[in-house]
Design a protein around this ligand. Structure first.
Ligand code: COD
Ligand code: ATP
Length: 207
């Protein structure tokens, strides 16, 4: 008789914009852990040829497409963070598709546990599919500073995105573990290693 595939044990990793989710996730990946990023899934579902891209262009107009037919992410970002109704329309279209992509990628995980990295883990209800929640927490001023250094954007835009996300308090209420990312990358890595050892212990060596 073949053994039924067991469901992976999933750690939800979340935090606000620029908190350091991707940097933390990359270190878990370097330690051999399978991670799926909701921001990446959000890109796959709007690739040219996917039905969602056509619906977005019909709804927002051709201004959200680049000359090569790809989504103009900067243009759509400006529109949805200036208008909560438009943001909700986009989320209603994309979140179910993103959830399908995430589920199919997590199902392939072979590591002792897998990670779902998502800025909207709490807001979208995705946390219900995870066994434990790790919040990457950073002071808001540092989140803004890091995002401005990383992205071609401005402070007004970053503040609008922050407003569209759960508050620090809402996130911390659902956290099982908190990684305070207010020091350098070496500190972030050492904290990830400490948590990784803990998660392996929790898993009791199961794969
Ligand atoms: C508006 C879009 C095109 C802007 O793309 P861009 O390349 O500039 O940003 P990217 O996708 O890398 O997101 C950067 C960060 O913005 C924040 N963010 C993105 N979408 C949202 C949202 N709907 N609500 C709150 N914050 C958001 C997150 O912190 C995210 O990590 C894109 O973010 C998008 O399609 N958003 C809607 C889908 C969604 O909700 N994605 C979040 C993951 S489920
Ligand atoms: N401890 C740290 N020291 C210095 N730089 C950091 C630290 N943590 C993260 N960064 C940098 O800050 C920026 C934001 O981090 P990262 O991209 O990991 O955030 P994020 O939470 O994934 O953001 P988003 O929600 O926008 O996707 C990146 O350029 C990253 O390299």
């Amino acid at each position: 008789m073949t053994k039924a595939a067991s469901k992976p044990w999933i750690l939800g990793l979340t935090g606000g914009i620029g908190s350091g989710k991707s940097a933390a996730a990359q270190h878990f990946i370097d330690l051999g852990i399978h991670a799926v990023d909701a921001d990446h899934a959000a890109r796959w579902v709007v690739e040219p040829g996917r039905p969602a891209l056509l619906k977005i262009a019909e709804h927002f107009g051709p201004g959200v497409l680049q000359a090569d037919g790809q989504l103009d992410r900067g243009a759509l970002r400006k529109l949805i963070f200036a208008d909560a109704g438009q943001r909700r329309w986009l989320e209603a279209l994309l979140h179910p598709l993103i959830a399908e992509e995430i589920a199919s990628h997590l199902a392939r995980a072979q590591s002792p546990y897998a990670i779902l990295v998502s800025p909207l883990l709490i807001e979208s209800g995705q946390y219900a599919t995870t066994q434990r929640v790790l919040v990457i927490d950073a002071p808001q001023a540092l989140q803004v500073q890091r995002t401005l250094l990383r992205d071609q954007t401005n402070e007004e835009q970053v503040q609008a995105i922050l407003k569209a996300q759960a508050s620090r308090e809402e996130r911390l209420k659902l956290a099982d573990d908190v990684l305070v990312n207010d020091r350098d990358l070496a500190w972030l890595h050492s904290e990830v290693e400490r948590l990784h050892t803990f998660y392996l212990t929790l898993r009791g060596g199961q794969s």
